[in-house]
Design a protein around this ligand. Structure first.
Ligand SMILES: Nc1ncnc2c1ncn2[C@@H]1O[C@H](COP(=O)(O)OP(=O)(O)OP(=O)(O)O)[C@@H](O)[C@H]1O
Ligand code: SF4
Ligand SMILES: [Mg+2]
Length: 404
């Protein structure tokens, strides 16, 4: 054994060292990233972008948002994280679309891409479009919109409710001041008095009893449920067309959770808006959503109406999710859990991402990524169990056979 071989790292059983990088490799990646990021930032920071560049047409005018082949990557020093990797789905006007999937599958990054809030400069939308239709029927591609134009939409037409209100509310300003500021920023004719009136009206709408007291309180003086109500009131201030709720009830206890869900449904009806509802909780999705999008490792693996996803799930991952919810399992008393882990987001395989966890895996699943199979106009899943696509090698076999 040579001297160099002695110092080579030995493979440790059970440890995935496929992502091990030498310092030189890290430097090379960092140099390449700097170049790539600079180019994306140059395009983003251009001044005087003409409206034609980001005006577009909706595929279906009944939708308020259409994600179309969205790719959002993070260019980190250890490699490119493909957080959202070709996501397409619609949010119809007046409907609730639930987005589910396990931690790290790209739910939040998808919604942040729509708000132009992906952490730059490492995070960049590299491909695809997000079409948004305003109330006048004008349609914008958010991925191409300049930042100053986006400021007019963000918080006004599209509002966001975050998981943890304490980190979203500013601790050094009173609730009322923070709410008034939103109105003064977005509504041109607003005055201090009209802003205050609107804030109080919204606090009333979300069922806060002592509105004047809450208006004059600092966030830390309120309970968790109250703060989440304030966040919802804040999101509603400018009559948004779309509310993005990213795990809005995860930090709350069960009784408050039910109240907040009821409240969200109520206000959605009142403003005739749409909701993109992100959650881990399938029970919440069953109660709230009209349509469901199931994400796995940055891609959509199944989507359909809430009834289809809950009663006729097709993808083995969705079937596993349904069995792992309390009450959804069949094997004895133990709760079902999907074995294994999501693949490393930096080194995604070039076959089905669920292959190493799937009970139904076939030979073909480790050679290709499955295309979407359409079951009806709403329901589709990416799995070879339902696919009748002709794959390259099958085509070759067929052609060879024909030539014989
Ligand atoms: N700023 C960042 N830099 C690098 N990677 C990031 C960054 N933000 C998110 N990611 C990666 O992007 C992927 C998707 O993250 P995302 O936050 O969208 O997951 P999620 O589905 O919302 O998970 P959770 O349910 O835990 O909130 C993850 O692999 C995450 O590590
Ligand atoms: S494509 Fe194959 S491995 Fe992937 S979910 Fe379907 S059956 Fe399982
Ligand atoms: Mg998240």
């Amino acid at each position: 054994m040579g001297l160099l071989d002695k110092f080579k790292r030995k493979k440790i059983e059970g440890i995935d060292d496929s992502t091990y990088l030498t310092l030189r490799e890290e430097r090379r990646i960092s140099r390449e990233n700097t170049k790539t990021i600079k180019e994306y930032e140059r395009i983003r920071n251009r001044k005087n972008v003409s409206e034609e560049e980001y005006l577009t047409q909706m595929r279906d005018p009944a939708n308020v948002v259409e994600f179309d082949n969205l790719h959002t990557y993070f260019f980190t020093d250890v490699g490119t994280v493909k957080a959202v990797n070709g996501v397409s789905f619609d949010i119809p006007q007046g409907k609730i679309v639930g987005v589910v999937g396990e931690s790290g599958c790209g739910k939040s990054v998808t919604s942040l891409s729509l708000m132009q809030l992906v952490q730059a400069p490492t995070g960049q939308i590299t491909q695809g479009s997000i079409r948004y239709q305003d109330e006048d029927g004008k349609c914008y591609d958010v991925t191409k919109m300049p930042r100053d134009k986006m400021l007019r939409i963000r918080g006004k037409d599209i509002a966001m409710i975050f998981q943890e209100p304490m980190t979203s509310l500013n601790p050094v300003f009173k609730v009322g001041e923070q709410m008034d500021e939103v109105i003064l920023l977005h509504e041109e004719d607003s005055t201090d008095d009209s802003a205050r009136e609107r804030s109080i009206e919204m606090l009333n709408l979300v069922g806060i009893a002592d509105v004047k007291k809450v208006y004059n309180s600092y966030p830390h003086e309120l309970s968790g449920g109250m703060r989440q109500r304030v966040m919802i009131a804040m999101a509603l201030l400018c009559n948004p067309r779309l509310i993005i709720a990213d795990e809005p009830t995860t930090a709350l206890d069960v009784t408050i959770q039910a109240q907040i869900l009821e409240l969200l449904r109520d206000v959605k009806e009142k403003i005739n808006g749409s909701i993109m509802f992100i959650t881990h909780d399938l029970g919440v999705i069953a109660e709230m959503a009209d349509y469901v999008v199931v994400m796995y490792a940055g891609r959509i693996i199944e989507q359909g109406t809430v009834r289809e996803i809950f009663h006729e799930p097709k993808h083995p991952y969705t079937i596993g999710l349904m069995r792992s919810k309390p009450g959804g399992h069949v094997e004895g008393d133990r709760l079902y859990s999907i074995r294994g882990q999501v693949p490393n987001p930096i080194n995604m395989p070039n076959h089905c991402y669920f292959y190493n966890r799937c009970d139904k895996a076939m030979d073909i699943c480790k050679r290709h990524y499955p295309a979407m199979t359409q079951f009806n106009s709403d329901h589709r899943a990416a799995c070879f169990l339902y696919s009748d696509e002709i794959l390259p090698e099958e085509k070759e076999d067929k052609e060879d056979g024909e030539g014989r």
